[in-house]
Design a protein around this ligand. Structure first.
Ligand SMILES: Nc1ncnc2c1ncn2[C@@H]1O[C@H](COP(=O)(O)OP(=O)(O)OP(=O)(O)O)[C@@H](O)[C@H]1O
Length: 233
């Protein structure tokens, strides 16, 4: 498979001098579900926002499908940020209409199927949704685009353990196998079953990038056990 996402020597220092990313290099291929794992403040959101074209790196560059991040790459990248992208006054149906207007690749049929799977009703008002139900909606909107690269920032942080299983099932069920999905989380144990690869990021640096199968075979450990070892303080 071709390189879908290429991150070259990316550094990011925010105004105020806080260094969030340090010399990040990554190659991500198509057809994978990848975990971007790290503790709070390790740089996961910053890396996703740079790849989504929302913020600029201080130095270095990112390419999606061989093109530098810009308008062309934004058309094939679907990003679910860690805060809702919808307005509280909207109903679920308004949010779907809004996405359909905004994104040419938005698949309304897929959105309807996912909403049903997620137990969300078109008439539900967004302000009345619980945090977990709102996350299900944001995930539905992000995954209903026919994108090539999906980046989901903490998609299951607010949902209870039972619902987590359902959401992971939705990700796998509605995943188009030509695309790749990068999921940031620190809830490793709950979610590792769906990962093909994992990237461990600590203090803005990539400390490990490997296939889950290799971690299990080489180290005889689950990803969660490896995570706890790498991040032990
Ligand atoms: N807009 C900003 N201005 C200044 N510093 C920031 C900004 N956004 C993030 N940071 C800092 O950059 C570092 C990395 O933050 P980032 O949000 O990328 O981490 P994260 O791994 O996504 O964390 P979490 O799991 O808590 O969401 C942190 O030290 C954070 O305080």
């Amino acid at each position: 498979m071709e390189n879908l996402l290429q991150v070259r020597s990316v550094n990011k220092t925010y105004a105020g001098g806080r260094r969030a990313l340090h010399d990040i290099n990554l190659n991500i291929h198509g057809g994978k579900i990848i975990g971007l794992l790290g503790t709070n403040g390790s740089g996961k959101s910053t890396l996703m926002k740079i790849a989504a074209g929302l913020i600029q790196p201080s130095t270095g560059g990112v390419e999606v499908n061989g093109k530098p991040v810009g308008l062309e790459t934004k058309a094939i990248v679907s990003f679910m940020p860690d805060r809702p992208v919808t307005e509280p006054w909207m109903k679920v149906s308004d949010a779907v209409a809004y996405f359909k207007d905004f994104y040419e690749d938005f698949n309304v049929e897929k959105a309807r199927n996912m909403l049903e799977f997620m137990n969300l009703k078109a008439n539900d008002r967004i302000s009345s949704l619980s945090k977990g139900m709102n996350e299900r909606l944001q995930l539905t909107l992000a995954l209903s685009r026919e994108a090539q690269l999906y980046m989901l920032d903490e998609p299951i942080g607010g949902v209870d353990p039972v619902a987590r299983g359902k959401i992971l099932d939705a990700i796998v069920e509605f995943y188009n196998e030509d695309s790749s999905i990068i999921i940031s989380t620190h809830l490793v144990r709950d979610i590792e079953r769906i990962f093909d690869e994992v990237i461990f990021i600590r203090n803005g640096e990539v400390v490990m990038h490997d296939e889950v199968e290799n971690i299990r075979l080489k180290h005889g450990k689950s990803v969660d056990e490896m995570f706890k070892e790498v991040y032990a303080e």
